[in-house]
Design a binder for this molecule. Sequence first.
Ligand SMILES: NC(=O)c1ccc[n+]([C@@H]2O[C@H](COP(=O)([O-])OP(=O)(O)OC[C@H]3O[C@@H](n4cnc5c(N)ncnc54)[C@H](O)[C@@H]3O)[C@@H](O)[C@H]2O)c1
Length: 386
Amino acid sequence: MKRVLITGGAGFIGSALVRHMISTGVYRVLNFDKLTYAGNLASLREVHDSPNYSFRQADICDRQAVTDAFAEFKPHAVMHLAAESHVDRSIDGPSAFVQTNIVGTATLLECATAYWRTLSGGSATQRPAASEFRFLHISTDEVYGSLGAEGLFTEHTSYDPRSPYSASKAASDHLVRAWHHTYGLPTLITNCSNNYGPFHFPEKLIPLVILNALEGKALPIYGKGDNVRDWLYVEDHAKALALVLEKGVPGESYNVGGNNERTNLQVVETICDILDKLHPRSDENDKCLLIRDKEKPRQSSTINHQPTKAIKSYKDLITFVKDRPGHDMRYAIDATRIKNELGWSAAESFETGIAKTVQWYLDNDWWWRPIRDKQYSGQRLGKLIN
Ligand SMILES: NC(=O)c1ccc[n+]([C@@H]2O[C@H](COP(=O)([O-])OP(=O)(O)OC[C@H]3O[C@@H](n4cnc5c(N)ncnc54)[C@H](O)[C@@H]3O)[C@@H](O)[C@H]2O)c1
C-alpha cells in the first residue's frame, strides 16, 4: 500500500479526496490539517474507523510538526490542499492567506525535500524509493486571472492573479516549480476550476444559496450575476487528483475542469428550479423545518417564519447585491491535456452534479446545521469598508 500525506484533508476537496483514496483500498492516508474554521472532521465520518486512515491536527507552517509527520509516516507522496481558500475572506484579511498559502507551502516544500533526500532505493524500513516520491500541489484556475467572453485557460496561459487569494496561490505554484527546477523535487501541479458538491462549507455560492433558500432567506448574487465559472463536481476532481498522482509527469502541471460554464445567475436559478421540485415552498414544509428547529436547540433562529404565501418559487428570493471588489469576470478551463495524456474527464455534467448536491443538503442537515447555527450563518464577507 502506498502512504499518502494529505494536507487540508478535513476541508471540502481534501475530505472528498481522503474518502476517495481510502475507498480504492490501495492507499494509507495521513490527514494533516490544522482544523481552521473550514476544517471539519464530520466530513470524514465514513473513513474515520478505517485502519488505513489517520489524522494529525497541525499547521503546515509548523516546521517541526511537518518534519515529524514525514519521519513517522514515511509517505510515498504528498497531496497538498491545505490553504485559506475563500476570495471574500482574502479581501477582509489577506495576511492569513500569505501565511498559510505561501509560507506554509514553502515550509512543506523544504521539509519534503529534506525527507526525499533521505530516500534511496527503498529499504527494509519500508521507506519508499526516492524515484517513487511525488509532491502534488493542488491549485486553482484563478491564478490565470480573468477571461473575456472567448478563450480558455491552458497550462501555458500566463499567470495574472487579481485577488489576495489567487495571488497567494500563484506564489505557491511558483515556489513548487522552483523546487522542481532547483532541487529536482518530483512535483506536480493541478489547476482546477470551481468545485461543488457535498460537504461544502456554506460560505461558497452553491451551498450558501441552497441553505439560504431552505431557510427562506435572500439569495444574494453579486453584481448582475453575469460572472462565469466552470463548475466541477468535487468527486470528479478527487479522481483526477489520484490519476495525476499515479500517472502525471514530474515537473508538469495539469488543468482540471468540468467544461460546465455557467453564469452565477444560471447556477442560482438552477438550484431554485431543483428545490421547487424536490422541496416546494409550502406551509407543510415550513412546519417540518419548525419541528426540526425545536428538536435542535439553536443559538438564534435562522429560519424565516414569515408567511410564505407570496413565494411561488425560490427564485423570488434572488437578490442582487453590490459586486465583489475586483470580481473576475470569467474562468474557463481547457482540460485537453489531462484528457489526452492521462485519460481523465468529468463523469458528472452540471445538471447531474447539482441535482445530487441539492439532494445531499436536503438529506444531511446533521452536517450543515451546526455550522449554520454556531459558525457561519451566511453573512456577507469581503465587502471592503465603505
Ligand atoms: N474550492 C474550490 O473550488 C477550489 C478550486 C480549485 C482549487 N482549490 C484549491 O484546493 C484546495 C482545497 O480547497 P477547499 O475548497 O477544499 O478548501 P477548504 O477551505 O474547504 O479547506 C482547507 C483545509 O485546509 C486546512 N488548513 C488551512 N490552513 C491550514 C494550515 N495552516 N495548516 C494545515 N491545515 C490548514 C483547513 O483546516 C481546511 O481543512 C485549496 O488549496 C484551494 O486553493 C479549490
